[in-house]
Write a protein that binds this ligand. Sequence first.
Ligand code: THG
Length: 263
Amino acid sequence: MFVIGERINGMFTDVKKAIESGDEEPIRDLASRQVEAGADALDLNVGPSRGDEVENLVWLAEVAGDETDVPLCLDTAKFEVMSEAIKECDSPVIINSTKAIEEQLEKYVSLASEHDAQLIALTIDQEGVPSDVDSRVQMGATIATKAMEGGLGMEDLYIDPVILPVNVAPKQPQRVLEALRQLTMLSDPAPNFILGLSNVSQGCKERSLLNAGYVTMAVSAGLNAAIMDALDDHLMRAAITADVLMEKQLYCDDYVSAYLRNR
Ligand code: THG
């Protein structure tokens, strides 16, 4: 499981405050703690912070990049922000994200190729997040085709079938699982499959339990990456366990710490 730590996001008040006051310490702390907990990369999202989005994102990338060596996942929906910020990044970059709209995909695939970056593409089109399985699968096929046409290797592509909160969209978790199962059979070599896992439990009680339960199910359906709460120990253990049970990691008596030592 490729774990992208979700915590450096301006949607959290401590991060928003740090961005607005230019205080590096909370960002450094979140970067190093997530990597120590097993994060393979760090998501960076300025959220609703005041100020210039490019400047804020570049600042997050500088501070996080100075603190750790892991890839940085630049999380913005705006192409102009992404294309400016990526120029200033010294660390390896994961572009998060593009929608599955052909013209947009072409621009993002060429941006990724130009900067040797990886790319996350969402199964979202002009009409938003689809509620059914088939549209997700069709959009996934469009994404993989466009990536191949643009010369982006499948190992550098992450398809995100987009999960929504179970309390407002109770049929979505099972539909996303079915989309994952179908998408993993779509192409050989297969791309990577990712989710913003915490979306599933937004606004819910028992978030850790919902996240851990769902990650286990999603790994069995083919998920191999997640933007998730790496600081939640129970969740990290569940994700590692799912990998062991799906034979993505070999079983040994001490598999959790063995996995974390190998980071
Ligand atoms: N796919 C991709 N990228 C994404 C998402 C996705 N990036 C953003 C998001 N979704 C994933 N990251 C988060 C980060 C935090 C939360 C959910 C998803 C979260 N935040 C608390 C909340 O909203 O309740 C904040 C609470 C607080 O303020 O303390 O749950 O799907 N590619």
